[in-house]
Design a protein around this ligand. Structure first.
Ligand code: MG
Length: 256
């Protein structure tokens, strides 16, 4: 079901967005060589408690998840690219880490993700992250009134194809509102001019994620962590945005 938000509701969602951005900044800045993933999850959990926010992840148990998630942030390292379930792992020099965080504040959800390299980066990893970020920028730019969902998908896909990356269509952008996942679904590739017409008040997450060598994924024994089938590294970036008459409004924009 497609739901449209009023300008006042979008302002409330921006409050959730600012909190999500703050948590991502804090966990990103704490991520370093020698830090355990469980400590990053604990940091995010502390910030949730302090804010009086609600985690969207801790009780999350969709059909594709093996059990309730049990943590508050997704941390995916190297060839893990989505839904990384935090476990006891100490970050090593050169690890590529994707952080994906969603929370509800005042009854409204925001969802965002970023990717970084801890310690000494490899050029190939920085390029992969830059491609994902360029795809996110292009996808957001296409989220204007009167455009269609396919225009966003095509904009993202074009950036991926230019970088000779294949695109997995199993998971993509999604409507965001009172709950984390709603309509419309926004694939990370597709044909321009197709699909739902974008109207003011639509709020959704745009989230390109790419793997260097493949578009195929496998699921870890933890029932959650999605990994590239060929062992190549992946990157994931995401913002929650609102379609407005003044253009796309990024609700999860970070100050750094
Ligand atoms: Mg997310």
């Amino acid at each position: 079901m497609i739901e449209l938000r009023t300008p006042a509701e979008i302002d409330q969602m921006a409050v959730a967005g600012a909190f999500v951005a703050q948590v991502l900044e804090a966990t990103r800045d704490a991520a370093a060589v020698g830090v355990n993933l469980l400590d990053l999850d604990a940091l995010a959990h502390d910030l949730i408690r302090t804010k009086g926010a609600e985690s969207c992840y801790i009780d999350y148990h969709p059909s594709f998840g093996g059990s309730p998630f049990g943590k508050v942030i997704c941390l995916s390292v190297n060839d893990a690219v989505l839904h990384g379930l935090p476990h006891s792992y100490v970050l090593k020099d050169g690890d590529l880490l994707s952080l994906d965080f969603a929370a509800s504040v005042g009854g409204w959800v925001a969802d965002s993700a970023l990717s970084i390299v801890v310690g000494t980066p490899r050029d190939v990893d920085l390029a992969l992250i830059a491609t994902a970020e360029a795809a996110l920028t292009a996808g957001i730019a296409a989220a204007t009134v009167g455009n269609k969902v396919g225009d966003i998908s095509a904009a993202i896909g074009d950036v991926a194809h230019s970088a000779r990356l294949k695109v997995n269509l199993d998971f993509g952008g999604h409507g965001v509102g009172r709950i984390m996942h709603g309509d419309p679904h926004i694939p990370n590739d597709g044909r321009a001019g197709r699909g739902l017409v974008l109207r003011p008040g639509l709020v959704f997450a745009v989230e390109p994620w790419f793997m260097l060598g493949t578009d195929k994924i496998s699921t870890d024994a933890d029932g959650w962590t999605l990994r590239s089938k060929d062992g190549s590294r992946g990157a994931h970036v995401e913002h929650t945005i609102a379609v407005t008459d003044a253009g796309p409004r990024v609700l999860t924009a970070r100050s750094s």
